[in-house]
Design a protein around this ligand. Structure first.
Ligand code: SF4
Length: 396
């Protein structure tokens, strides 16, 4: 395929994202399942792929780990064990629109609902790609007022959506206002663009970030195929601008839940000066069952990494819950109670994560425990989908 002369212009990439069958055919031979899923999910979750990320997909293998992350599958429509759209109760923790204040001293500020691509397993399916969750300037201002009025907040994560879809002028406006709040020590960016649109990491952007230090950035590589020379160059630019880059991987069945893949990923990240920060257990979002794997599989992967590669290449394996992140180590994992894994959060709360084994043979056996009566958990057996806008209303 001949590349457009503007290929490495990030704005060109945004304007030419893949979101129809004809354009998809320029990159892959779609399966009947993929074509059916593109239609079936149209009103449920937006579909977009940057030409750069599309070019990493295997044209002939629908199980390609890049392709599976971004091309819809009919599995998204399968009945699921959960019907929630907001498993972390982010809406309940939002005192103003799109500002999640769950931890005392830090917040996640969803400054936009737009992303360059829409990952099929996204935690924020309920809002990303949905115009209702875009932030007008006055709404950003309300959130900034909240931050200014809360001196206990020292760390602000700009997320979304993806904050780096903002142009420099808008980002500069936002960073300047954040830096005018004296108690905000650290600004973090949560962005997948180093992975999905590395051309976004321009000299202008790096100069802007450099002017507002300390700025950290966490990105989201899931598979070694994503560790391209373009992505490495983007991460190097950030490092050279003094922005520490961390990575948050989501553990996904058939994508990265085997030791060879995970080891290649974390070692490749370290070679790119990116710190493998978290390995997340996939969240329980309706329509993502085909991505989920057992907690025991994740714990066994961690055993395979710890002591077998550089210590700083070993991420923390965690599950996010409405009570905050729980490290998935035996210190916090009490055991298995049938289809649930019983956990204790760092705050001392008990949480039962629905996590059926199915026909899987776990590589590590958890002790059997009883499900304590009244333990907090998510409802199971509910319908698969709640349309995005309706989901917000329902959980608000
Ligand atoms: S880039 Fe992040 S926020 Fe956007 S769809 Fe992917 S996982 Fe979700």
């Amino acid at each position: 395929m001949t590349r457009d002369p503007h290929w490495s212009d990030w704005r060109w990439q945004m304007r030419h994202r893949v979101h129809d069958e004809a354009t998809l055919r320029e990159y892959v031979t779609p399966t009947d399942d993929e074509l059916a899923a593109i239609e079936a999910t149209r009103d449920i979750f937006r579909w977009n792929i940057t030409p750069y990320y599309a070019s990493l997909m295997d044209p002939d293998d629908p199980d390609c780990p890049v392709r599976r992350q971004v091309v819809p599958r009919m599995s998204e429509m399968a009945p699921d064990i959960v019907g929630v759209v907001d498993p972390l109760d982010e809406v309940g923790h939002s005192p103003v629109k799109n500002l999640i204040h769950n931890y005392r001293d830090r917040v996640a500020f969803c400054v936009t609902a737009e992303c360059a691509i829409y990952c099929r397993y996204c935690l924020r399916k309920r809002m990303v790609g949905d115009a209702d969750f875009m932030m007008r300037k006055d709404e950003l201002g309300e959130a900034l007022d909240y931050l200014a009025a809360h001196p206990e907040i020292r760390d602000v994560l700009l997320t979304g959506g993806d904050p780096l879809v903002f142009n420099e002028a808008n980002l500069s406006w936002l960073l300047e206002r954040l830096r005018a709040i004296p108690h905000i020590e650290v600004i973090r960016l949560g962005s997948r663009l180093p992975v999905t649109l590395p051309y976004r990491i321009t000299d202008d952007l790096c100069n802007l970030l450099r002017a507002h230090h300390p700025v950290w950035l966490n990105t989201h590589f899931n598979h070694p195929k994503e560790l391209t020379p373009e992505a490495a160059a983007a991460c190097a630019k950030l490092a050279e601008a003094g922005v520490p880059v961390g990575n948050q991987t989501v553990l996904m069945r058939g994508i990265n839940d085997d030791l060879a893949t995970m080891k290649a990923l974390v070692e490749g990240l370290v070679a790119m000066r990116v710190w493998p920060y978290y390995l997340y257990q996939a969240q329980l979002i309706g329509g993502t069952a085909h991505f989920r794997t057992s907690i025991e599989t994740g714990m066994a992967l961690m055993r395979g990494l710890r002591g077998h590669t550089s210590g700083f290449a070993v991420p923390s394996y965690v599950l996010d819950t409405p009570f905050g992140k729980v490290p998935l180590t035996m210190d916090y994992v009490r055991g298995r109670a049938g289809d649930h894994v019983v956990l204790e959060s760092t705050r001392g709360d008990l949480w039962a994560e629905p996590n059926p084994l199915g026909d899987e043979t776990p590589p590590l056996i958890l002790p059997e425990v009883d499900l304590p009566p009244g333990i907090a958990t998510l409802p199971t057996g509910a319908p698969t989908f709640v349309p995005v806008a309706e989901g917000y209303t329902e959980t608000a």
